[in-house]
Design a protein. Structure first.
Length: 88
């Protein structure tokens, strides 16, 4: 983005944001070299947390689907027993 530009919507979980860039400052070569590893580690950690969050969400969705399938199966068995002729 260039100074003065406004970003599109950025989703962040249950919230969102729109950014406006007021000014842009490029780091000096020395500053960048000194903080390069720290920046890389921070970005890597952020991506790892994002992927783990997606993994957990996927596992929860799969567990809910399995639970729903089990509930449906139990309901079908219950209905089948209720409609079966009684032996006597």
């Amino acid at each position: 983005m260039k100074p003065g530009e406004i970003s599109g919507p950025i989703e962040n979980g249950n919230t969102g944001a729109v950014l406006s860039l007021l000014e842009k400052q490029e780091p000096s070569a020395q500053d960048f070299a000194a903080k390069k590893d720290q920046i890389r580690d921070s970005l890597l950690q952020s991506k790892q947390q994002e992927l783990f969050g997606l993994f957990v969400q996927n596992v929860r969705e799969q567990m809910q689907k399995i639970r729903q399938d089990q509930d449906n199966e139990d309901e079908m068995k219950s209905l089948s027993r209720a409609q079966a002729p009684e032996e006597g």
